[in-house]
Write a protein that binds this ligand. Sequence first.
Ligand code: S6P
Ligand code: ZN
Length: 192
Amino acid sequence: MSEVVLPALNMVDLAGGVAPAPVRIVERRLADMAHYYQDQDAVAALLEENPFIYRTYISHDPVGGCGLFAGTTVIEPGRVGDEFFMTKGHHHVKEEAPEVYLTLRGQGRLVMQTRAGDVEIQAMAPGSIHHIPGVWGHRTVNTGDEPLVFFAVWPADAGHDYAAVEQKGFRQLMFAGADGPAVVANPAYEGM
Ligand code: S6P
Ligand code: ZN
């Protein structure tokens, strides 16, 4: 008889976005992604402090072949120069592997981009549910003044490709503008 996969339960602190008994925590400080930001003078000024940018609390992993990962990401509020704190961003290796995000707290943007360079940006606010089809690379940006917290579910076999974004960046970036968050074309991307 095949072994039964046991149901798993975890609790997220909705205000802090923290799963109290995460399977794993992935933490990123500025030094882990310094070259992702445009203003390298601002990076240099912040590097000694080396602030936390975001943490992902993996609350469920696909034990026993259940087929899904789930996790909560908390992006701190802040900027490097005028560019908002953000995740690195990645593509799924398996192009048909989608993902769903549910925003729990804060304000932000979900920036998506295909490998061909199509771009789609969605506003994130408490309650917003985002379906990211497999071919869309994705990055999240905290455009508010409190933590941006969202819950994500993705297939166990999705795989993560960071190289494409690390080398080329995203075509569009999120900066603080005079009238709020502003989309800015990435000169490095267009020059490639
Ligand atoms: C995983 C999912 C999220 C991100 C997390 C951090 O497929 O999209 O859990 O891993 O938000 O972003 P990144 O780009 O550093 O993995
Ligand atoms: Zn993903």
